[in-house]
Design a protein around this ligand. Structure first.
Ligand SMILES: NC(=O)c1ccc[n+]([C@@H]2O[C@H](COP(=O)([O-])OP(=O)(O)OC[C@H]3O[C@@H](n4cnc5c(N)ncnc54)[C@H](OP(=O)(O)O)[C@@H]3O)[C@@H](O)[C@H]2O)c1
Length: 195
């Protein structure tokens, strides 16, 4: 899978490394190419955003919500037919995700909502005493297997909530933040128990 990870911070860096280590072909798109990363790991090289997007099957959007409009203005034309995995959060807005903005700017793009309901520390260490945390996500049914593969590659257990269910995915955000605040740490995740 060719994955363009846009944004090289906590989320992009952590997920990009994990996806690369799982065998995906990852390119990191950065505003400051090649200024990030530690030598010797999969994060050695970042390239300009436009270059990272070339030939990508999947684009993982891991930039601040405030930067999404600018990203779309410059690069929406490259997203036709591509699966855009939206990990951005705009917690102060009524709608936390970028689904509508992406649909408007890039109507031909495919959209998935994932990797936004846990703190990045849990993507770096997805296992809790040997048990993988669940990651809730939404996308078209036809993209479900791809997104499940990405989530599994990071070491989490995928939990599909259906198509167009990005707002339902986002409803887990305040729960995670509240638990993290009340318990005073961020190594918290959810797991479905099923008989
Ligand atoms: N932190 C978490 O635990 C967490 C969890 C779930 C979701 N999220 C969401 O994921 C997204 C990324 O979060 P993060 O924690 O990875 O943030 P971060 O560490 O600040 O990294 C954001 C990256 O986005 C890139 N970027 C592009 N345009 C930017 C701009 N105008 N201003 C600042 N950075 C810009 C930067 O990479 P370059 O400098 O290489 O371009 C930067 O490293 C956010 O939307 C956040 O809400 C975060």
């Amino acid at each position: 899978m060719r994955i363009a990870v846009i944004g090289t911070g906590n989320i992009g860096g952590t997920l990009g490394r994990a996806l690369a280590h799982a065998g995906n072909e990852v390119s990191f798109g950065s505003r400051q190419p090649d200024s990030d990363g530690a030598p010797g790991d999969a994060f050695e090289r970042s390239v300009p955003v436009a270059e990272a997007l070339e030939g990508a099957d999947v684009v993982l959007l891991a930039i601040p919500a405030a930067a999404v409009a600018e990203f779309l203005e410059e690069h929406a034309g490259r997203l036709a037919g591509v699966l855009v995995v939206d990990a951005t959060n705009n917690i102060r807005a009524e709608v936390a995700n970028a689904a509508a903005a992406i649909k408007q700017a890039a109507p031909e793009a495919r959209y998935a909502r994932a990797f936004n309901t846990l703190g990045w520390e849990n993507f770096a260490e997805p296992s809790f005493d040997g048990v993988a945390a669940d990651l809730f996500f939404s996308c078209a049914a036809s993209d479900r297997a791809i997104v499940e593969g990405l989530i599994s590659d990071v070491g989490l257990r995928p939990a599909f909530l259906g198509e167009g269910a990005q707002d339902m995915v986002d409803s887990l955000l305040p729960i995670w933040f509240t638990l993290a605040q009340q318990r005073g740490h961020r190594r918290i995740a959810l797991r479905i128990l099923e008989a």
